[in-house]
Design a protein around this ligand. Structure first.
Ligand code: K1U
Ligand code: ZN
Length: 167
């Protein structure tokens, strides 16, 4: 098990579009395990491989209150969506900032697990928001991209200042 380094906005590597997973092997399962450890330690409710500089279509999440419902989605697709809702979002790659984002309220998802088995399920509320947020990471997109240029630039300047201070 290992804690992985999480990239912070405006690191250009966060803009990489991830490639589909083709091999469901032990090295993939090790990465899944390391990502869960990193997400729980952060702490976060989700983590995309892009955020730990691995550019494959993999995300992990756990939106349960007791932090006991880990879910790993590989090559995820949203096959149906309806409704929309606005919710406060945060991001481990944009630490300290929370902003409202509007997304689909209910989604149907198709994804593989770490053993290559395909699953389909419905998600709503925070789970649906988290899946959409993490799938955006796999496209190189961040929640700050939904904000005004003014807000996004303010967040960028503050984070760059903090990163310079931290060396
Ligand atoms: O960086 C990430 O992608 C993880 C991010 C996911 C997310 C949060 C809120 C809405 C949509 C997606 C986080 O987990 S930020 C931290 C957070 O929200 C949280 C942490 C601990 C307990 C509860 C929430
Ligand atoms: Zn995020």
């Amino acid at each position: 098990m290992a804690l992985l380094n999480i990239l912070h906005f405006p690191d250009p590597r966060l803009r990489t579009v991830a490639k589909p997973v083709e091999k469901f092997d032990d090295s993939l399962r090790q990465l899944v395990s390391d990502m869960f450890e990193t997400m729980y330690e952060a702490p976060g409710i989700g983590l995309a491989a892009t955020q730990v500089d691995r550019h494959i279509r993999l995300l992990v999440m756990d939106v349960s209150e007791d932090r006991d419902r880990p879910r790993c989605l590989i090559n995820p697709e949203i096959i149906d969506a309806d409704g929309d809702e606005e919710m406060d979002e945060g991001c481990l790659s944009v630490p300290g900032f929370y902003e409202k984002v509007r997304r689909a309220e209910n989604i149907r998802v198709r994804a593989h697990d770490e053993f290559g088995e395909q699953h389909e399920f419905d998600a709503s509320g925070l789970e649906a928001v988290c899946i959409q947020h993490e799938m955006d990471h796999l496209e190189g997109k961040l929640f700050v991209d939904y904000l005004s240029n003014l807000k996004r630039n303010r967040i960028r300047s503050k984070l760059v200042k903090q990163q310079k201070k931290a060396g």
